[in-house]
Design a protein around this ligand. Structure first.
Ligand code: G
Ligand code: G
Ligand code: MN
Ligand code: NA
Length: 254
């Protein structure tokens, strides 16, 4: 209740910020894009994690205006980085289930791109594996509409849900993100190591890019490079940073 009332006012009070975590191309080590992650700094001080408030935003319906703000802000930032000459640089936004189910979602994304004068290929949308299978025919049409705009679609937390491989192949997606629970204990934990290898091979056999999230150690990085994982993301490289700090990191030659 307390959080819900605070959340209602947070947009008007400009209490949200997006932080951006780098995604590196494994082969070159270059930062090829970022994932936008929302942070809430309530007036009283401190920071509230999205893990805490996104579920409340989803229950209360506030996820729709908050999600609109995230898309608008991320598109403006992505357009700015492209104008600075960062060719090919991409910003990924997490979509919640309620946003994906909203029948206007394709128009909402198109409008955010237009308003920000952002090229569609600068925006990636992350949806979780579990969102795919709830109503696959309907989701497939929505994803096709988003894909037709020119944005890329990425399946987040891959390996934790139950997607049918048959459907997975039919969805217009570009990327799988291996859930960090599988990355955490590699290479030591043989079971997880073989799951990670299997997901990488699956992605490549479907001509998808595969990203490892939650990379924290040099050993994990070496394993993922050896197994030909395409992109890496995690605290080993950088935590999520405010836009100006991320810009400094890019300027420093990353
Ligand atoms: O960055 P962090 O680990 O605190 O994020 C916690 C969770 O919140 C993650 O599951 C992440 O996907 C989710 N999250 C972060 N930002 C957003 C956002 O803008 N929209 C949605 N729907 N989820 C987000
Ligand atoms: O659900 P999603 O994958 O969008 O959420 C990503 C979450 O993981 C964010 O909360 C982000 O802050 C967090 N994160 C990013 N890198 C690391 C990492 O290396 N280790 C851990 N434990 N969490 C990470
Ligand atoms: Mn994500
Ligand atoms: Na994830």
């Amino acid at each position: 209740m307390y959080l819900t009332n605070g959340l209602r006012q947070a947009l008007d009070r400009n209490e949200f910020q997006l932080h951006y975590q780098p995604k590196l191309e494994a082969r070159s080590g270059r930062v090829v894009g970022v994932e936008a992650l929302i942070r809430w700094f309530p007036a009283g001080g401190g920071m509230i994690s999205p893990a805490e408030f996104i579920p409340i935003a989803e229950e209360s319906g506030l996820i729709i205006p908050i999600g609109d703000w995230v898309l608008a802000t991320a598109c403006k930032q992505a357009a700015g980085w492209r104008r600075e000459g960062r060719d090919g640089f991409r910003v990924a936004v997490n979509l919640s289930a309620a946003q994906l189910k909203n029948r206007d979602v394709v128009q909402v994304v198109a409008q955010a791109l237009r308003d920000a004068d952002c090229p569609a290929d600068a925006l990636d949308l992350e949806i979780t594996e579990s969102m795919l299978m709830e109503n696959p025919e309907k989701v497939s049409r929505t994803l096709q509409g988003l894909c037709d705009l020119g944005v890329r679609l990425s399946i987040d937390d891959f390996g934790t849900g139950y997607s049918s491989l048959n459907y997975l192949k039919s969805f217009p997606i570009h990327e799988l993100k291996i859930d960090q629970t599988f990355i955490r204990d590699i290479p030591g934990e043989a079971g997880h190591a073989s799951i990670v290898k299997a997901i990488i091979d699956l992605a490549h056999s479907m001509e998808l890019i595969v990203v490892a999230e939650g990379v924290e150690t040099a050993e994990q990085k070496a394993f993922l490079e050896r197994e030909r994982c395409d992109e890496l993301q995690g605290y080993l490289f950088s935590k999520p940073l405010p836009a100006h700090q991320l810009g400094q990191l890019l300027d420093s030659g990353a």
